[in-house]
Write a protein of this length. Structure first.
Ligand code: KG4
Ligand code: ZN
Length: 336
């Protein structure tokens, strides 16, 4: 089958065409129009500007995806679109565009949950991956530990109580003068420093599998402000190394706890934009080696928001019989 995936939940307008034959995906096209430059001067995503930029891009990005794939609308078996969670105005652009395209051309429509989409990026990069497995989804908007029961059914067992992991990376990077989104730059800078500074853990000290990234973020800000007031020289590389190791350590602590509770799971999959973080990938891979578990993470091009992951998740939803119609609405919150 051939499926078109459309993604517009945050600041990337993306479309991709996949084929799925005999249990194997082939990515025929994967087009991403990022709005990073537009939002950079505000230091973060401005929702209304994001929606307008999606409106301008969604049609041409979709047609570019079809053209690159060499696939006509009549060849499509389904159109998949992110309907939740995300910025409501941004989501509505993709949802309404996909609904119109599907209705006008008589193509079945499937709604996709963005978190499931991030997890599904792993099926593209690790073709042998089969549920059940444990997933850590970390992005600019989400931080979740989830049990993936099957391709269409996930159960969130842990999450953040405040900032998402990527959001806290971006905020720490911003106060160190790095342009938005600074996660990748912070990842790089951390290699030049030593984790000599002590910041509070982002793993909540209780029996839950929850995180709090706002405490560590505030501690970094206070450290930087305090040093400035005292006229002390700050080694930004050490701050980056200390912050990154605190964030990564929290992920390891809570994943260990999740694995203790779920001894039946033998694979850990990373997902989301922060899954591109090399320190995090290395730490989780080591954890898996230590526990004799399989580890997988998407290729970097499928870590951040993209249409291929939505088409992959949409394929499984479609094959399980899920369909959407013109009554489909977007939701900012977690939804099916
Ligand atoms: O998945 P994504 O594209 O968007 C959301 O769904 O939120 O994730 C974007 C996030 C940003 O916060 C960005 O700074 C972060 O992923 N990110 C990284 C790295 N590359 C991207 N964070 C840490 N290290 C990286 N290498
Ligand atoms: Zn995302």
């Amino acid at each position: 089958m051939k499926i078109l995936g459309i993604e517009s939940s945050c600041d990337e307008t993306a479309a991709s065409v996949l084929s799925y034959e005999n249990g194997a995906f082939a990515v025929l096209s994967n087009i991403v129009a990022t709005q990073i430059e537009i939002h950079a001067r505000f230091g973060g995503v401005v929702p209304e500007i994001a929606s307008r930029a999606h409106c301008e891009a969604v049609s041409s990005i979709t047609y570019e995806a079809l053209k690159t794939a060499g696939v006509a609308l009549r060849d499509l078996d389904a159109i998949a679109v992110t309907a939740s969670p995300g910025l409501i105005g941004a989501l509505l652009v993709g949802v309404n565009f996909a609904k119109s395209l599907a209705y006008a051309n008589g193509i079945p429509l499937v709604s996709v949950n963005h978190i499931k989409g991030h997890i599904a990026a792993n099926y593209l990069s690790s073709p042998g991956l089969k549920p059940p497995f444990l997933a850590l989804v970390v992005s600019g908007g989400h931080t979740s530990i989830a049990v993936v029961h099957d391709e269409t059914h996930i159960e969130e067992i842990g999450g953040t109580r405040d900032d998402a992991m990527g959001e806290s990376f971006d905020k720490v990077a911003r106060v160190m003068g790095m342009p938005y989104p600074g996660g990748a730059a912070l990842d790089k800078l951390a290699y030049e420093g030593k984790p000599v500074l002590k910041f509070p853990s982002a793993a909540i000290h209780d029996e839950t599998l929850d995180f709090s990234f706002s405490g560590v973020k505030t501690a970094v800000l206070n450290y930087l402000n305090g040093a400035k007031q005292k006229g002390e020289v700050v080694c930004y590389a050490d701050v980056a190394a200390s912050y990154v190791s605190t964030a990564v350590e929290a992920a390891v602590i809570k994943l260990e706890a999740a694995l203790d509770r779920h001894p039946e799971l033998h694979t850990v999959a990373l997902a989301g934009g922060v899954a591109a973080n090399s320190h995090l990938r290395t730490a989780i891979e080591k954890l898996c080696d230590r526990r004799h578990l399989a580890f997988c993470a998407p290729e970097k091009k499928y870590c951040g928001d993209n249409g291929a992951m939505i088409a992959a998740a949409g394929t499984f939803e479609f094959l399980s019989g899920k369909r959407a119609d013109t009554s489909l609405n977007a939701s900012a919150f977690y939804g099916e």
